[in-house]
Design a protein around this ligand. Structure first.
Ligand SMILES: Nc1nc2c(ncn2[C@@H]2O[C@H](COP(=O)(O)OP(=O)(O)OP(=O)(O)O)[C@@H](O)[C@H]2O)c(=O)[nH]1
Length: 400
């Protein structure tokens, strides 16, 4: 069914559209997922920088306390190391903020505090160097360190608080965005599915319409329109291949009586049963059609007059001996058949049909429930030969 769907132009278009939608959904989904991942990774980096900077603050203070007790050169270097570490952390945080501006756009005002803290750390370093030679500077160094430590703690806490608030806000935005994108994708996929279903539905309707155009509603056999199309093509083919093509015209005898005796619905039922019987008896290559009320036509490609007459007589006999539901034996339907064959030359369907019709008229005139044939003039098998053929066949059938 899928392959049939894809073969139709509408089906191909719908599947390309659906494939595009699926690809688009996949790209959007993966982009959103990676954006979420990146944002959370950026927050993690920034927070770890802040935490590291926070840890360096008490270490610097401890180093300063130690130096006031043991103010040797080694301790000054120790203090210098922690001041450098604090400055480095400060720079890292500033760089992180600079890199991920979209994360914390509203922390600009903290920049002045960063610069201030940076210069105070530089002052502290200078003071520590001087305190090595001047012991009276050690106490102010302590109080300066406490002050800087306080400023650092305040700044980092502010920053953490901000980052946390912004991260919560962004997570919320991301969640809403994910929901919106998912809803959009569901909508798009539903639209694609609806489109495919609509195309399938329209194709089915078109097939039904096509079938209705070519078939007879009561019997399900082909109708006259289809027969004319098939016969016209078959005639051209037969003439090209130089093979015979036969046409049988079948008409039920005294069918009016069945309608009159049993009513129209029973008449319909008999028509259906006869159609089924004729369909079973005809070859797959033949085209069987109901072309009028109780008139049927059988187109037989690559069939000589002799074979067509044999087939016609077989059909006649099968109808004669068949048991029909809903009617008595004395009103048992029989069928008269006119046969013609296109042996050579170019004939239209209408011309071929008129020969079969004349043969059928003859069959009716000669008492019904019989087969008669009439060939187009100029064909190798003449009318009289065909007549003889018919009589032989009929004699054969009555003998058996
Ligand atoms: N039940 C039913 N009857 C139909 C249908 N189409 C045509 N008929 C009937 O078929 C009958 C044809 O009658 P006639 O043309 O006189 O032919 P006949 O009675 O078969 O007589 P002959 O053909 O001369 O043997 C009419 O009574 C139509 O009403 C149909 O679809 N259903």
């Amino acid at each position: 069914m899928m392959r049939r769907f894809l073969r139709q132009p509408g089906g191909r278009l719908a599947s390309i559209f659906a494939a595009l939608l699926f690809a688009m959904s996949a790209v959007m989904g993966s982009y959103l997922y990676s954006a979420c991942q990146k944002a959370s990774a950026d927050y993690t980096t920034l927070i770890s920088d802040i935490v590291l900077a926070q840890q360096a603050t008490p270490q610097l203070r401890a180093a300063l306390e130690e130096s006031s007790r043991l103010p040797d050169r080694e301790h000054i270097q120790y203090i210098d190391y922690f001041i450098s570490l604090s400055k480095q952390h400060l720079n890292n945080i500033q760089r992180s903020i600079e890199r991920h501006r979209y994360l914390i756009a509203d922390v600009e005002y903290l920049n002045t505090h960063f610069s201030e803290l940076n210069s105070r750390l530089s002052d502290l370093r200078q003071q520590a160097q001087e305190a090595q030679q001047r012991p009276e500077l050690r106490d102010p160094l302590q109080s300066m360190a406490i002050e800087i430590g306080g400023a650092q703690s305040w700044l980092y806490n502010q920053l953490l608080e901000k980052v946390r608030a912004i991260s919560v806000q962004q997570r919320l935005v991301m969640q809403r965005l994910s929901i919106a994108v998912s809803a959009l994708l569901v909508l798009m996929v539903s639209a694609a599915i609806t489109l495919c279903l609509a195309v399938i539905y329209l194709q089915r309707q078109r097939n039904i319409m096509h079938r209705l155009m070519l078939t007879d509603e009561l019997t399900g056999l082909y109708n006259r329109r289809h027969l004319v199309n098939v016969a016209s093509a078959a005639l051209i083919q037969a003439q090209r291949d130089r093979v015979p093509l036969s046409l049988l015209l079948l008409d039920l005898d005294h069918f009016k009586q069945i309608n009159d005796n049993y009513g129209h619905p029973t008449g319909d039922e008999v028509l259906r049963q006869i159609s089924q019987l004729l369909r079973q008896l005809s070859r797959p290559a033949d085209t069987l059609a109901r072309i009028g009320g109780e008139e049927f036509c059988l187109l037989m490609p690559s069939t000589t007059t002799h074979d067509a007459l044999q087939a016609a007589d077989r059909l006649r006999r099968e109808v004669e001996v068949n048991t029909f539901r809903g009617i008595d034996l004395h009103t048992h339907p029989t069928v008269s058949i006119g046969v013609t064959t296109c042996q050579s030359g170019s004939l239209s369907f209408e011309q071929l049909y008129s020969f079969a019709d004349k043969a059928l008229y003859q069959a009716k005139a000669l008492g019904r429930n019989r087969v008669e044939s009439l060939l187009p003039p100029g064909d190798p098998l003449t009318y009289t030969e065909a007549q003889a053929c018919t009589h032989i066949l009929i004699r054969e059938s009555s003998d058996s």
